[in-house]
Design a protein around this ligand. Structure first.
Ligand code: ADP
Ligand code: MG
Length: 343
């Protein structure tokens, strides 16, 4: 029991732009919260993190700011990221008197070495004995059950909040990858812009995200939903409701959808022919919260001619993949980004 609880504390963290998940060895995903921090403006103190902080977005008094520290896939606010990470880890890691855990942290592949160090530092601050970094597409591929160690090309498309990452993996390494700052958030912004322009209606980020989830899509389907969108009239300033059809929302999403498909095409273009052949045969895996957009898989299939499979649990595959790295620390050592020892 005691031995178990010591082993059980190694953990993996999926530090996403929209959501942070913490996986604890032997236990599974124990924390899944929005990557949001609310800070006291005057003192810089953390008022809330996660769900509680997300509720506060757009509703804070002047003395408090609720922010997303990993805007657009880069660390927009260093200190807030560190504070958020420390709070989340402390939540699943209360018993400090046990041996210090090893920790695997997944980061967007576009973050700089300096930012990587900051993330690691946050892990050490939170009580880790050793922190390893694993690139998100690698963790996503492992989590989705792809045979990353084999000599075959595997393509993973991870559509998150701030970034879309497209990567080709073979023999335990990333062969080519692209990260663009167009993903779920860009879709929300496109919906906000469309409602403003076409309907003179103002809506917030939360509403736009809801519209995306209920009415949004990437490709036409037989039965398409119609829905009502509530916002504020730009002229009168009063609440108003407009009726919207799926096809209009899809039109509104055209730009971000196009950018995502383009990133897939460019990655395929840069892939060595043998691996590209494997991918055409085996298909690609679509993951990240954006994979849940209706018809995004059909859209990519239609435009690239490749088979597209949506991961079983797009929102957790990165955390599960990183979790596999802590369960099988030794076996999966080689996928971890090499790091010098810390003194
Ligand atoms: P990250 O790894 O960057 O934190 P996630 O993989 O957690 O991002 O995905 C978050 C994104 O997925 C958000 O933009 C969210 O709006 C979007 N999302 C979640 N569910 C759906 C859905 N059903 N349809 C479309 N988008 C979705
Ligand atoms: Mg992610």
């Amino acid at each position: 029991m005691r031995v178990n609880s010591i082993i059980g504390r190694d953990m993996a963290v999926d530090l996403g732009t929209a959501n942070t998940l913490v996986y604890v060895r032997g236990r599974g995903v124990l924390l899944d919260e929005p990557s949001v921090v609310a800070l006291n403006e005057a003192t810089g103190e953390v008022v809330a993190v996660g769900h509680e902080a997300k509720q506060m977005i757009g509703r804070t008094p002047d003395s408090i700011t609720a922010l997303r520290p990993l805007q657009d896939g880069v660390i927009a606010d260093f200190e807030a990221t560190e504070a958020m990470l420390r709070h989340f880890i402390a939540r699943v890691h209360r018993r400090r008197y046990f041996a210090k855990p090893r920790m695997v942290i997944c980061v967007p592949s576009a973050i700089t070495p300096v930012e990587q160090r900051a993330v690691k530092e946050a892990g050490y601050q939170a009580g880790a004995r050793r922190v390893s970094i694993v690139e998100e597409p690698m963790a996503a591929a492992i989590g989705a059950g792809l045979p990353v160690h084999e000599a075959t090309g595997n393509m993973i498309i991870d559509v998150g909040g701030g970034t879309t990452e497209v990567a080709v993996i073979s023999l335990g390494g990333v062969v080519t990858s692209i990260s663009i700052r167009t993903a779920g958030d860009a879709m929300d912004r496109a919906i906000i812009a469309w409602l403003k322009k076409e309907h003179g209606l103002m809506v917030g980020e939360r509403t736009a995200e809801e519209v995306k989830m209920t009415l949004g899509s990437g490709f036409p389907a037989h039965q398409e939903p119609v829905g009502e969108i509530r916002g504020r009239d730009m002229v009168s300033g009063l609440p108003r409701t407009v009726e919207a059809r799926a096809v209009e929302v899809r039109q509104a999403l055209e730009e971000p959808l196009h950018a995502i498909v383009d990133a897939v095409r460019v990655t395929l273009d840069r892939t060595p022919p043998e691996l590209a052949g494997d991918i055409m045969d085996r298909g690609v895996v679509l993951t990240g919260g954006g994979a849940l957009l209706r018809g995004l898989d059909d859209r990519i299939r239609h435009e690239t001619g490749m088979p597209v499979h949506v991961a079983d649990e797009p929102l957790t595959s990165v955390a599960l993949g990183a979790g596999r790295c802590v369960e099988e620390f030794e076996a999966l050592q080689q996928v971890l980004v090499a790091n010098p020892r810390r003194f």
